[in-house]
Design a protein around this ligand. Structure first.
Ligand code: ADP
Length: 255
């Protein structure tokens, strides 16, 4: 049994992996005291799987806080963990990975062996990240879980043009004040994030997968498909790919 721990900017994710099977997953928001939160998650997983404390398990950590968990046997960078995790979960199909996290957007290009051949990252600006979606959810008083469904019901085109969170926020406020329907604003929000991601990505190569927490909003994947004119696939475990990849790295003898 292997444990992968992803100490992300917004959420701490833990997975238990038996061979290559993801047998348990759990998450908690990133707040001060990450080590204790991660330890609690692992304890929860152990209990759910009926593993006693003495059971031999390896643990690998990844994510920006990976060094905050001293018990990790292995520390893996997020790009390598994401590449490894998604390549396995996609059964070797993924060639372009778009990861949208709480505070950054990454694009990773893989070859047919799953090796990283290039990557790009935007961590300078919050627009298009999970935090941006959280802000929009508060402003529109709508849970993120409903964004996809609502965007599908959009009837009118509205435009969100700002590339900066601060301006995008005031654009949303003024759209609301002018009586624009939430579903139309959400659809415009997806389109504006998709344009930003497409700008970072450039030309997609091969099969394209979207992962990270915001990937669970399928409306975003649809907006990306419209923007890139290619299929964008999302796996049900999209938020756990990086943690899963860290666990797999234990078996791959990563250094
Ligand atoms: P990080 O690894 O940087 O901590 P994650 O990949 O865990 O980030 O993504 C966190 C983000 O995922 C949150 O900021 C939120 O916007 C988004 N998110 C979480 N759950 C959902 C959901 N059910 N639907 C849409 N977005 C979600």
């Amino acid at each position: 049994m292997k444990i992968g721990l992803d100490l992300g900017s917004t959420a701490i994710k833990a997975v238990f992996v038996d061979g290559e099977d993801l047998v348990w997953r759990g998450l908690a928001p990133t707040t001060p005291g990450q080590e204790a939160i991660a330890a609690r998650l692992i304890e929860e997983g152990r209990r759910a799987l009926g593993l006693s404390n003495g059971t031999g398990v390896g643990l690998a950590s990844t994510g920006y806080g990976r060094n905050l968990f001293p018990d990790a046997y292995l520390k893996v960078d997020e790009i390598s963990a994401n590449a490894l995790g998604l390549f396995h979960l996609s059964h070797g199909q993924a060639r372009t990975v778009i990861n949208i996290g709480g505070q950054d957007v990454k694009v990773i290009f893989l070859n047919e062996k799953g090796r990283v051949v290039d990557f790009k990252m935007n961590d300078k600006c919050a627009a298009g990240t999970g935090r941006f979606f959280e802000l929009a959810a508060r402003l529109l008083d709508t849970p993120l879980e409903n964004f996809s469904e609502l965007a599908r019901r959009a009837k009118e085109e509205v435009e969100l043009n700002s590339t900066c969170v601060v301006f995008a926020e005031s654009e949303m406020v003024s759209l609301l004040a002018r009586g624009a329907a939430r579903e139309n604003i959400i659809k415009a929000l997806h389109a504006s994030v998709a344009r930003r991601v497409a700008g970072l990505l450039g030309q997609p190569a091969g099969a394209v997968f979207l992962d990270g927490g915001p990937a669970q909003n399928l409306g975003l994947a649809e907006a990306l498909e419209n923007e890139l004119m290619v299929e964008v696939r999302v796996l049900p475990t999209a938020q756990y790919t990086v943690a899963y990849g860290a666990a797999l790295a234990l078996a791959e003898g990563f250094v």
